[in-house]
Every structure is written in C-alpha cells, then in structure tokens.
Design a binder for this molecule. Sequence first.
Ligand code: SF4
Ligand code: SF4
Length: 438
Amino acid sequence: MSHREPVYRDQRGRHPWWVESVDNITTETDDSRLKKANMHSIIHGLVFESERIQEQMEASRGYVAKGIKENIPGRTLPDLALHYAAATYMHTTVGSLGDPYIHMMPGIEEISGKWKLHPPQSFDLPVWETTPEEASKVVEKAGIQLGAAMVGFTTIDPRWLLDMAASISSEVDEMTSEGGKTLIPEKMKYVICVMGVVPPNLVDRNWTELGAAGDRAGFEAAFMASTRMLRFIKGLGYQAFDLQPVAPVIPYAISAGLGELGRMNRMVNPIFGGNVKLGAVLTDLPLALDKPVDFGLQEFCKRCKKCADSCPGNALSKVDEPTWEPFNQWQDAGKRVYFEDNEACMQAQRSKDVYCSTCMAVCPWSKQDKTVLHELAHITAAKVPSLANLMVKMDDLFGYGRITDGKSIRGWWEMDLPTRGVDSYQGRKKAVLRRLFR
Ligand code: SF4
Ligand code: SF4
C-alpha cells in the first residue's frame, strides 16, 4: 500500500460553531520523554490485583452496606441494583469465556468475577421491602434507564405457558427443573414485560440487509433490557428468570397494557406501532399490575389490511373478521385472531436469507413523525376506528410503506439519526395533542 497524506473531513455539524478544529491535541506531549508503562498495569481491571486495592475493596463493603441500611440517597438498595444491572455488558463481553480478551489477559476470569452481583443477602441484609405500587414505579424507572422503551406488569397465566416446558407448582419454593420441565413456584407470579424499539428508518428498508439490521437491533434492545432487568431484580434480593424459555411473551405484554394484538399477529403498541420487540422477566417481587389497553385496534384492523397486503410471503390473513380456527398445528386454539401462515413467513425470510419486519414497519401505527397532523390521525384512528380506510389512504398518500427504490434505500447512509436510530420519547412526552387532552 502506498503512503498517502492523511485526509481530513469536514467536521462542521458535529459540534456547535464555537468549537474549533485544531491541528494538535490540546494536551501537551513530548516525544523525548515518552516511556510506555507495562501493559498489565494500565489495564484498568488488572489494577484490582494490587494488595492495596484488594484491602480497600473489602473495606468498601461496609460503606456500601451502610448506604443500604440507612437508606442514604444515591446509595439505597435500588440504586446499587441499578449500578450492577447497568454493568451487564461486563458479563456479556469481558466475562464471557468465548471472548478474545480472555486469551490476551491472563487472570481476567477472576477479575470479571469481582463485578458480579451484590444482592442484599451478600451483605447479610434483608431483601428490598416496599409497597407493590412503589416497586412498580422503581422497576419501571430502572427499566427505561436499562434500555426499555416501555415497561408493563402482569401475572403468570397457566393458559399461556408452554405445557411441555413448564408448569406452576405449589410444591416448590424456587424455580426447579424436574424431568426436563421447569416447575414455577406459585410465589413467582409476577411478570415484568419490557419493550425494545426497532429503528424505524432501517426497517422501512425491509427485505434488504439494512432492514434485517433494524429487525435484529430491535431484538437486541429487548434482550439487553430484559437481561439487565433480570440483574436489577436479583440485585433487590428477589428471584428473577427469563420468561421466554417457558412461555411466549406477546400475551403477557398485551395483558400488561403494552399494546393490542393486530392482524399481523404481533403486538401493536399505540406509540411505536409494530416496530417493537419484547422481553419478559418472571419474579417473586410483589408488583402493582397494569391493565390491558384498547386504542381501537380490533376495529381498525378489520378495515386496514396494510400488513397483509404488503407481506412478501403472503403469510398474513386478509379475511374481514378474526377466526377461532388455527391455521396449522403449530398454533394454539382458544383465541379469536387473524391466524398467520407462519411457515410461509419463515420460508419467505429464508428464501432471501434476511429477517423481515415488513408487516411491522408498514403498519400505520408505526409511523414515527412528530407532526400534529400525524398525532391527530392516531387519535382519530383510536376513537373512530371505522375511519381506518381513510387513515390507510392518508398513510399511502404520505408515501408511507416499504422503501423499495435503490436511491432511497441507499439514502439511509445520509440520514441524521438519533443514537441507535430510535427516539424513545416519540409521542410519549413531546406530543402536543396528547398533552392537551391529559
Ligand atoms: S415478517 Fe415478513 S414475511 Fe413474515 S408475516 Fe411479516 S411481512 Fe410477512
Ligand atoms: S397494518 Fe393495519 S391491519 Fe395490519 S396490524 Fe397494523 S393496523 Fe392492523
């Protein structure tokens, strides 16, 4: 490779106008004094090996315990649990044995262990005691900080357990595995549902690798939010387990008021539409529950068939009314819904080796513009769902739908987008009409 002069780019727009670009960093350096330290001593984690630090870490346990016992603001048990839940990345990267760092840094396994959870029991302190209302308030706040766009609370429901995987038992006090099945103690009845948001500008370009990136980013958001939530609840001293191995999440999220089931056979949230992915945590922490919501979607979906009309796999039902009969043997009976040909959905995705979210992205409820006109359309749709046809026409008129032309698809790389492509405040706080009617 030939030597080339460095190329500098135009940095305007990254900082405000009063920040200048300069030729050298503003920290003084002197190459004649340069002497590099031993690599091990500069890796932050390995400093923990020093005896002095070890002694201090031991002593700091008393300091941490005092904060919990005396409820010192900023050092209470929920504060500590949030701290450790926020450190989940250390367990998914440095702490993972498959990580390349493990081979680079001998002794890192033991060091990563020091970042493990500190539930109150490890300080010989009782679990966090509060009212269910306060618990839900704190858990919701923590969930938003830990990556969820919304958090909802409901209870375990035997109708929505995977029978072959789990059952509720009065015989056990802790989650127990017996004969390949999970026994869920009766007291583990609370379900915390967390919702991750899919970056809309990626999934609008569905049926491409960009669309697949958006779909996966949504799953990652939900996964990280629920994994961190799990650690937060354990940090409060309670049991916490991922719900997904024992039950589908959608019915729980709907019971917890995060949305309604749409024709697309997925949950539609009144603010983020179908551009959401879900996670859930099962716990024995007593919580105040949420009720399901109704924003007129059942009536709306009867008239709007945008998801079904746009599905590249022709997998979604176009019938006028939902039915009781499952489409195939992989679906449970007992609910009146628009059953989907889930085999056709999977087949379509595998034929291009991409992940598809077309139905979720084209849904009129998924549009993320902040105009009053758009909000008015949502309110009208919720209150007068019989106007769905008009709303869908308006949606089409505004050019909403899957982006298919090459120039616009490529245009994603030119867009000015929020971090991770998601404005999680969308419609929640800023919406003008919402505030007026509150
Ligand atoms: S994910 Fe894609 S293929 Fe599957 S139902 Fe939705 S639009 Fe159709
Ligand atoms: S696209 Fe229309 S029919 Fe499909 S879920 Fe959304 S509102 Fe319902």
